[in-house]
Design a protein around this ligand. Structure first.
Ligand code: SAM
Length: 286
């Protein structure tokens, strides 16, 4: 079965009474080389189990099943479930669950997979919800080995941006706290049905086995990063003052200075280590 063949995709969609649902970000891959490259990138060991988010009609899922020990695929669109039973029929190492990843209890769903060995994530993510899904995966603190995702090219730039650059944002700092991101390759809109309005890129995140930075209070670290970027145009003391109403303006200036920065610095210049150091000083005041 060749799910990269557009006629085959259309025939399956018709047979199961399906249409491409824009509200679910349904853009299915049609280039077999790209599907194969993404599946190859998902992990460096065939022993891994793979969590796939949004299998669609199973194009990438089939390649993952062929390469890795087990696959758990979460799909929000109930209509796709019978089609997936048909397209994945030849594989006995896949489980499809009709669930919204944002509502899913990932630790519970993945317990048997982690008990069996290591787990990586691989997905062509729905673009309307890329950042929340990535943050949910990271903040779950589940020990995934790799997270390999196809996302908008612009978001890929943000994930791999250097501190101080225009693309650097809260998501970059948070991602660097959990792991390191590598941009693997760019994928143009013509490789999907229907084509999305933006170009895409595949990014692979290697999660830290031991986090190199240990904030005194991880929640205050998160709030510090959030505050710094929510008021991006403001100086860091002003941004902190908006994000931490319990601190006075003077305390915010003092804490930034104590962390070794000028009072007119903007948050976007700080890397993750500097955010951790700053948040430790804030934690002492709260
Ligand atoms: N994996 C397929 C491929 O590469 O051809 C389809 C990828 S398509 C970009 C995104 C998929 O995610 C769709 O099947 C969509 O229905 C599903 N999806 C969207 N939102 C979701 C959510 N919150 N939870 C689980 N799946 C979701």
């Amino acid at each position: 079965m060749n799910l990269c063949d557009i006629r085959t995709v259309k025939n399956i969609m018709e047979a199961f009474g399906l249409r491409f649902r824009k509200e679910f970000g349904q853009n299915f891959l049609t280039n077999p080389m790209i599907v194969s490259d993404i599946a190859d990138s998902a992990s460096d060991t065939a022993a891994d189990s793979i969590l796939e988010i949004g299998p669609g009609i199973g194009t990438l899922t089939r390649e993952l099943c062929a390469r890795y020990s087990r696959v758990l695929a979460l799909e929000i669109d109930r209509g796709l479930i019978p089609a997936l039973s048909y397209t994945l029929d030849e594989f006995d190492n896949v489980t499809v669950v009709n669930e919204d990843v944002m509502k899913a209890d990932l630790p519970a769903l993945l317990t048997p997979y982690f008990e069996a060995g290591s787990v990586s994530v691989c997905a062509n993510l729905p673009y309307y919800i890329t950042t929340p899904i990535l943050m949910k995966l990271l903040e779950s603190e589940l020990p995934f080995r790799y997270i390999t995702i196809m996302i908008q090219s612009e978001v890929a730039d943000r994930l791999t941006a250097k501190a101080g650059s225009g693309a650097y944002g809260a998501i970059t700092a948070m991602l660097n706290y959990y792991g390191t991101a590598e941009r693997l390759f760019t994928v143009s809109a013509g490789n999907f049905i229907p084509p999305p309005s933006v170009s895409s890129a595949v990014v692979r995140i290697k999660l830290h086995e031991q986090k190199p930075y240990q904030p005194k209070d991880p929640e205050i670290f998160r709030r510090t990063v959030k505050a710094a970027f929510e008021q991006r145009r403001k100086t860091l003391p002003n941004a902190l003052s908006a994000g931490f109403p319990a601190l006075s303006k003077e305390q915010c200036v003092a804490v930034v200075s104590k962390a070794g920065h000028r009072p007119d610095i903007r948050g976007e210049r700080l890397d993750v280590a500097q955010f951790v150091a700053l948040s430790d000083l804030i934690a002492e005041l709260l």
